[in-house]
Write a protein that binds this ligand. Structure first.
Ligand code: PBG
Length: 327
């Protein structure tokens, strides 16, 4: 007898029964840029995204949260005059980020606040770590000195009320150091979302434009991962897990779906993926030219990231996509 199985796609109802992955606003984390100004400023390098005043930030976060987005992650633009080689401003309890955390917590006690732990917005050299010039004149990033400052930064965020700290600096040993610094100060409930597999990517360009945080000299290839490597991402995740990470991240997302899938197989920790500024911009610019439909392409790219294995997605589309999913 000839057998020809059905496709199971004939009606919307059948398709919904057999759908393996479903996107939800609860999957999204919204990255938010903030600055010291009292006005909100559109970011030239990232159409559709703004740098918020404290007031604007609270409003934007509230709108996203009302649409079902559970979390935001904060990225400050620090005034040039406050940037120093040792990035002292990153652990100022009256700094921009701690003030924003307090304002957000007061307005929305249920919103999860994630902070970025890295020196680049505060570092006069524009690197994620402390820079030193060696005898040959080459730039070196001082790993252990940087980790000490990162601990102070994370403690500052914890004191202000952050729920999750998220080291994006890629220094060695920082997860273990952050964990013991947090525990020693009584912040044993606070989670660490580690950027475990963060690649040295050209897709971060628009973000660095948004924060004026591009390296003044050199690049980030001595600490961020080589795009040719996949096995090494597994190793980074294993190390972070052993050091006490509560969640791990792959970044960028779209060009690294194989890495997300591989990490999903090798850890039981929640896996986050970051659809970065360049990925956002490629969709937005093609849509602005009338070449693709932003909503359809954005949702399909987010579905691809989820299907690859991400439990949560950091995306500049978080608020809009949450709205689209509710239509
Ligand atoms: C820096 C940091 C970067 C991003 C998040 N945190 C840029 C970089 O590493 O240079 C990029 C995010 C994006 O491109 O959307 N610690």
């Amino acid at each position: 007898m000839h057998i020809r199985p059905r496709r199971n796609r004939r009606t919307p109802a059948i398709r919904s029964l057999v759908r393996e992955n479903v996107l939800s606003p609860a999957d999204f984390i919204l990255p938010l840029f903030l600055h010291e100004d009292s006005v909100d400023t559109p970011i030239a390098s990232m159409p559709g995204v703004s740098r918020w005043s404290l007031e604007g930030l609270v409003k934007e976060a509230g709108e996203a949260h009302a649409l079902g987005v559970p979390a935001v992650v904060l990225f400050p633009k620090i005034e040039e005059s406050l940037k120093t080689p040792l990035a002292e401003e990153c652990h100022n309890d009256d700094g921009l980020v701690p003030r924003a955390i307090r304002a957000l917590k007061a307005a929305y006690p249920t919103l999860c606040i994630i902070t970025d732990v890295a020196l680049d917005p505060y570092n006069s050299d524009g690197h994620d770590g402390v820079v030193m010039r060696d005898e040959r004149g080459d730039l070196q990033i001082l790993n252990d000195e940087t980790v000490e400052i990162l601990c102070q930064q994370a403690l500052c965020h914890a004191r202000a009320g952050a729920d999750i700290v998220s080291p994006s600096d890629m220094m060695d040993g920082r997860v273990a150091a952050l964990r013991s610094a947090l525990d020693a100060e009584g912040f044993d409930q606070l989670s660490i979302l580690s950027y475990s597999a963060k690649y040295a990517s050209a897709y971060y360009g628009p973000f660095r434009g948004a924060l004026d945080s591009a390296p003044k000299e050199g690049d980030k290839k001595t600490y961020q991962m080589d795009p040719g490597n996949a096995r090494e991402a597994v190793r980074e995740v294993m190390l972070d897990e052993a050091e006490g990470a509560d969640m791990v991240m792959v970044k960028p997302a779209g060009p690294y779906l194989d890495i997300i899938a591989r990490i999903r197989e090798c850890t039981t920790l929640p896996v986050a993926a970051y659809q970065v500024s360049g990925e956002y911009l490629m969709i937005e610019s093609a849509a602005a030219a009338g070449w693709v439909d932003a909503k359809a392409v954005a949702l399909e790219s987010l579905m691809g990231i989820k299907r690859a294995g991400a439990d949560m997605i950091l995306t500049y589309y978080a608020k809009r996509a949450a709205g689209w999913l509710r239509e």
